[in-house]
Design a protein around this ligand. Sequence first.
Ligand SMILES: Nc1ncnc2c1ncn2[C@@H]1O[C@H](COP(=O)(O)OP(=O)(O)OP(=O)(O)O)[C@@H](O)[C@H]1O
Ligand SMILES: [Mg+2]
Length: 486
Amino acid sequence: MSIKTRFLLSYIGVIIISIGLLLAATFLIIFSITGDIKSIEHFYKNTYVQKPLTAAEENAFLDLKLLAKHSPEKLLDQEVIEQINQIGISIIVRKNAKITYISPSYRGNNLQNELPPFEETNINTRDTIKVGSLFFTYVKFDFRFSDDEKGSIFVLRKVSSYAELSKELFPILLGSLLLLFIMMIGILNYLVSRSIIKPISVLRKGAERIKSGDLNFQIVTSSKNEIGQLNQAFEEMRIKLKESVDLQIQYEENRKELLSNISHDLKTPITSIIGYVEGIKDGVANTQEKMNKYLNTVYTKAKDLDLLIDELFLFSKLDLQKEQFSFEKVELTQYLKDFVEELSLDLVQQGILLEISPGLKPVYVIADREKLKRVISNLINNSIKNMNKDEKHICISLHERSNDLIIQVIDNGSGIKPEALPYIFNRFYRAEQSRNSQTGGSGLGLAIVKKIIIEHGGEFWATSELAKGTSIFFTLNKVIEIGDEK
Ligand SMILES: Nc1ncnc2c1ncn2[C@@H]1O[C@H](COP(=O)(O)OP(=O)(O)OP(=O)(O)O)[C@@H](O)[C@H]1O
Ligand SMILES: [Mg+2]
């Protein structure tokens, strides 16, 4: 049985029980107040007792009363009464227990048994009597005939009995009750459907889509109740699941790309090594000069390969976070000066001027000396490889901020195309897509820089102008000495 049907049945049940209880309570209350179950009947009766006679009936009653007081014998004369009653008023005249006159429409009604008894004092002159299922409201006057016999005159009016009333009202009452009943069920059903059934159905459809592997949709919910919260939780689960699936796909893509890049980068130098070694074996290098050239090439390629494997190894260790870092307090200005001094002799021979911006005061950062060296040499190597000017210039400068230092490596090399700039820190990315380019390189240099800087808690970015030069920036956290913060 669906929840909807269950709800529908429970509303119907609740409404029927409520109506039953209401009726029972009404009867019980009346019974407990009056102690008489007939009081309900009296309630109807009393309603009609209040109903006055019409003006014509009252007039006729006064005429009859006058006659009864002054010449009661005339009341026994049918003609006299019919003269008073010309408009069809219901009149009864009683002498002792005998009815001497009764209006034609009331004859055969067996009314005389129900009529109230004679009452000398004439106190209870107005009331209602019940004959069978009919109600009659009346005015009465009691008097004495000249022979001292008891006489009574009645002017009556038939009023519809409660049975008749309920007979008239019953279909309307039942109809309206039924209508109310249907309306209540409709409203309840709408409310429950809106707040429970609809969100559940949205949830079910969502779960089915997830089951079929579709995560590209949204479970929309507007209600804040428990089911709304359930839908919200489900939606969050879908988002998390989608993120993890997307990440999984991304990892898979990366893995494939990594494998293909590694194979390619390893294959190229090995192929050329094999080529040259075969050349030597086949005696192509028949002169000493050729032999030296071949051997040099094999040596260089083997060195490149060694370097590449080193880079790959370092990158994979950084990627898997298996590389150990030993952070320490480093005086950066001196560190950079030593580094530049160490390199510059070599670079001067290549016609490259490497300098450090002047006027730097000592500044302390937290860094791993070895890894930092790797970062700066990767950046300088890039500048060297992409240098296309006669006057080759590389400069390292520092910019102090409140909590960290920005280190900038500026060159006047080839620059990077704006469309390539956002990707240069990606692994295996090379702005110069051709793998056979003179510059060589695997595209791991900046990816390694990125990993090391992230591990230092720093940031990195690049700016470049094509044909003019490139600036690579990274930050390192300063050592804040106690008392420095003031
Ligand atoms: N200073 C620079 N001037 C011009 N282009 C640069 C500079 N630095 C980086 N690039 C571009 O960014 C790309 C990515 O640099 P990255 O250091 O990651 O790789 P690579 O230098 O090609 O290879 P590897 O460093 O592994 O030997 C380079 O291929 C180059 O095109
Ligand atoms: Mg590089």
